[in-house]
Design a protein around this ligand. Structure first.
Ligand code: NAP
Length: 334
């Protein structure tokens, strides 16, 4: 049985990666912090790997200790990442510097795996052109519109500079499903009878259901393909109004549509950022968030997934939202 290390196992995507890897009979090492929740990591087959990515030497020591104990990680999914931060520098520390520390430690300890899959994001490339509405292509020049995306791109640049290291970059678009907390806020808003829009032009969105995503990541990890990057969606595009319709249908809710003008939201975001900035904090509504919300084209090239991994999503938005909402209801979140 091959050994797989999955960092960020306590999080939304990480916990599903762990379940899928167990289902595929890997020896699973769940990368966590001391403070990480283990609520979704209860399977007794899981071994835990507490790694502190702040210090390259500590990572190296951990890898050498594992080696001494006869453990070598055949596959590594580096999924740990910061999607929200109080300070912009935190994005670079976690998403970029920690990734670099980890890879350098693997190389220096002589513990390079067969594959190192880095979970990046469509945000590293940013949205597509709002006029032509052409999807973002794999050979386009990246144009991230927020600090999170820029930090992911920075990490990608480090990875792609390594010509001998077996990296693979996965850039999911919006990931949703059970346990997820950001789209959940939207579902909750709809469930409370409100249907918010920002700006009058609909957004064209792309999604991937978490179960499809983790299946693809593990197939990509064990494939013979290295040193390539992929955008990941379910292969479809959705208008923001369609997202609302699907959600309302499965929640059996009628809503009040509220459209906030772009200028107003942008102004509020800027003001909040200035006020909170004095105390060194980042408000929930900030200019980065606004840049994401005002972008109307979140489509990207995904045809290579079918060609390289025979990937076809089992879930479209209708099926995925239905299953996710059932889970939120069952767990008492909704
Ligand atoms: N969700 C999406 O729509 C989406 C889309 C594209 C890409 N991604 C990427 O997918 C990955 C997982 O995202 P997610 O949505 O599952 O987020 P999540 O639920 O917030 O999980 C993030 C994971 O990263 C770990 N982590 C954060 N800071 C860390 C640090 N300083 N040291 C070690 N571990 C740390 C967290 O551990 P703790 O539990 O200890 O905090 C957690 O396990 C991220 O790299 C993210 O950028 C997500």
């Amino acid at each position: 049985m091959a050994n797989i290390l999955i960092t960020g196992s306590s999080g939304f995507i990480g916990s599903f990666l762990v379940e899928e890897a167990l289902r595929k009979n890997f020896n699973v090492y769940a990368g966590v912090r001391k403070s990480s929740s283990r609520v979704y990591l209860q399977d007794p087959r899981i071994r835990f790997a507490e790694i502190d990515f702040t210090d390259k030497n500590q990572i190296k020591q951990y890898l050498l200790d594992q080696q001494k104990a006869g453990v070598k990680f055949d596959y590594i999914i580096h999924n740990a990442g910061l999607t929200k931060a109080r300070k912009k520098e935190d994005f670079y520390a976690v998403n970029c510097t920690f990734t670099r520390n980890f890879i350098e430690a693997l190389i220096e300890a002589g513990c390079v795996p067969l594959k190192f899959v880095y979970i990046s994001s469509l945000a590293a490339y940013g949205p597509g052109d709002p006029v032509s509405m052409k999807p973002v292509m794999l050979d386009d020049k990246p144009k991230p519109v927020d600090e999170y995306g820029r930090s992911k791109l920075e990490a990608e640049k480090f990875l792609t500079s390594l010509t001998d290291f077996p990296w693979l970059i996965i850039r999911p678009s919006g990931v949703y499903g059970p346990r997820e907390k950001d789209y959940f806020v939207y579902f909750q808003t709809i469930s409370r009878g409100m249907e918010p829009y920002i700006g009058y032009k609909p957004q064209i969105l792309t999604f991937i259901y978490v179960r499809d995503l983790v299946r693809l990541i593990l197939d990509a990890a064990v494939s013979g393909i290295v040193r390539k990057a992929y955008f990941i969606t379910d292969g479809k595009q959705y208008d923001s109004r369609e997202f609302a319709e699907i959600t309302k249908k499965h929640l059996h809710k009628k809503t009040l549509k509220i459209t906030l003008p772009l200028g107003l939201v942008g102004g509020v975001a800027m003001t909040l950022e200035k006020i909170f900035g004095i105390g060194g904090k980042m408000p929930t509504l900030n200019t980065d968030k606004f840049n994401i919300m005002k972008s109307t084209n979140w489509t990207c090239q995904v045809d290579e997934l079918q060609r390289d991994f025979s990937f076809r999503a089992d879930y479209d938005l209708d099926k995925g939202v239905k299953e996710a909402l059932e889970w939120y209801k069952k767990e008492g979140w909704l």
